[in-house]
Design a protein. Structure first.
Length: 67
């Protein structure tokens, strides 16, 4: 019984955390990126910069991951 409650609690936590992360990454961050780091830049340049930043962050995470 106690294990089932722990698993259910973890599932609810993971569900809420996933919703939060998705909202921030998909909704807030691109707007912040455009208005803060790419002010006055062309839409295509801004999108390219966002893609480059995401790619570099992904490579950094991959390099820092345990083997």
């Amino acid at each position: 019984m106690m294990r089932e409650r722990a698993v259910f609690g973890w599932a609810l936590y993971d569900w809420a955390n996933s919703a939060f992360a998705t909202t921030i990454m998909a909704g807030f961050f691109p707007i912040f990126f455009k208005q803060f780091w790419s002010v006055g830049a062309d839409v295509n340049v801004s999108t390219a910069r966002l893609g480059l930043a995401n790619s570099l962050a992904g490579i950094l995470v991959a390099l820092c991951a345990p083997c």
